[in-house]
Design a protein around this ligand. Sequence first.
Ligand code: FES
Length: 165
Amino acid sequence: MTESKLHLLTDHSREEIDGWLARYPEDQKQSASLAALRIVQHQNDGHVTVDLMDAIAEYLGMEPISVYEVASFYSMIETKPCGRHHVSVCTNIACSLMGSDEIVDHCEKKLGIKTGESTSDGRILLKKEEECLAACGGGPMMQVDHVYYENLTPEKVDEILDKLD
Ligand code: FES
């Protein structure tokens, strides 16, 4: 029998996962797997490990492989160490026409990294170019830790990034 990894989930993470579980039928716990991954990723400063995914599987009564599949499918889940704040600039067509390339360039220069990299202090991951985030009317836009910021200018980007701890 494999050893339980449930102790890896903090009380706070369990509480948040329970909040999601309450939205689904008792026999559909796997529906909370994406939310659980996001919660545990936050608990672990920006990425999930195999052990943490195993703990989620155990908590939700799923096979670990099913949790790994969800984690590898969604671009918002990181499975390798990275910055704890995730910054994604949309570079799809509408945002591109509104100047997203300039915003990406500005982020790279300001942070001293390329897209796909994290700052050396572990503060920020500048995610690889992101597909449409469904806020096209507000382009150029970016998502920071799941919060949307629209109609960006380099000055606005500075203000947003400077506030991240
Ligand atoms: S193209 Fe950027 S949000 Fe749709």
